[in-house]
Design a protein around this ligand. Structure first.
Ligand code: DGY
Length: 330
């Protein structure tokens, strides 16, 4: 006989997640779950109440999973599953201390994120947003020889800060644009990944100096926090295009503003900022050479559904005490 509903492990889902993940939870018959049935984040006070006594939590990247929340959840909590590849919103030490297992969603979003990174890079380097604005608002006079010129990928050097799955996928997509050379830096060389894209390992200084295009693909950690600062921008080429689809926290935005507004570098494309949303009066929005997207790198229907399905499967496996399809090593 199926166990009475009230006997099943209790799960709180902190957001209306895409249907594939919800179906998996519903059809599993393995959990009783409650969900914050909204596209907007659950208020913190509500969240702290709802997680009380839960065995599992399925969250998204806007929820801070810290000591306060874990204390509010209490000792039943065994599994935390985040519908994201990034985990900077989780206090890993606190989770580890309490023996709580963590699931996340790498791989399933790699293609979507790489695709969007290329789109953002091209939109920034070929000034597409500025160009459509000019066309729409009467700036389009006659054909002019240097009007709206940008920088091309052919014969360029592309730098990758943080070479993982996403960095490799970006390089694979950029190669057919006739990039001359890929270089990368990371805490240590990653020969296996680098071989896939024939990328050369260089220091952070050399990465800054040599890159015509610099893609930021690292996780946000205490080590990478603010790593893209004046020290880095001041070494970059005047024609360089800076692209960030990782986390806003890796960039010192004041320094980036200075670099862009003084022509130290040519342009920046950002899918992530600090804070999110970036207030509409933020100085970066005043710059023509800065393209800002509202954190949409993984936003394809297929990928967001795959992320929710993986998050659900991680949660269920964790609650069964089995290995998760994608478990974060703590
Ligand atoms: C993540 O998964 O961490 C992205 O930022 C959103 O898909």
């Amino acid at each position: 006989f199926p166990r009475a509903m009230s006997m099943l492990p209790k799960v709180y889902v902190t957001r209306k997640v895409p249907p594939d993940g919800l179906d998996i939870l519903r059809k599993s018959g393995q959990v009783q779950f409650e969900m914050w049935d909204s596209d907007d984040p659950v208020p913190r006070v509500e969240l702290l109440k709802k997680v009380k006594g839960c065995d599992g939590i399925l969250c998204v990247l806007t929820e801070k999973i810290d000591a306060q929340l874990l204390d509010a959840a209490g000792p039943n909590l065994k599994v935390l599953s985040t519908m994201s590849v990034g985990f900077d919103h989780l206090s890993l030490d606190e989770l580890k201390k309490r023996g709580i297992r963590v699931g996340y969603t790498p791989d399933v979003l790699t293609d979507a994120v790489a695709e969007l990174t290329v789109a953002l890079l091209l939109a920034t380097s070929r000034r597409l947003i500025e160009a459509t604005h000019e066309a729409k608002t009467g700036g389009w006079g006659t054909w002019r020889t240097l009007w709206l010129c940008g920088h091309e990928l052919a014969n360029s050097t592309v730098g990758i800060l943080g070479l993982g799955r996403i960095g490799v996928a970006i390089a694979e997509r950029l190669k057919p644009f006739k990039v001359k050379k890929f270089i990368y830096t990371d805490v240590e060389p990653r020969p296996e990944l680098a071989k896939m894209i024939e990328a050369e390992y260089v220091s952070l200084d050399e990465l800054a100096k040599q890159s015509d295009f610099l893609a930021i693909c690292c996780a946000l950690t205490p080590e990478t926090h603010g790593i893209c600062n004046w020290n880095l921008f001041s070494k970059m080429k005047k024609n360089a295009i800076f692209i960030n689809t990782s986390r806003g926290g890796v960039v010192n935005q004041e320094d980036l503003y200075e670099a862009l507004s003084t022509g130290l570098i040519a342009g920046a494309g950002l899918d992530v900022t600090t804070p999110e949303p970036l207030p509409t009066h933020h100085p970066l929005f005043t710059l023509k050479n800065c393209v800002i997207l509202p954190h949409i790198a993984s936003a394809s229907y297929t990928t967001r559904n795959a992320m929710s399905a993986l998050a659900a499967n991680n949660l269920l496996a964790g609650l069964r005490g089995e290995p998760m399809p994608k478990e974060l090593k703590l």
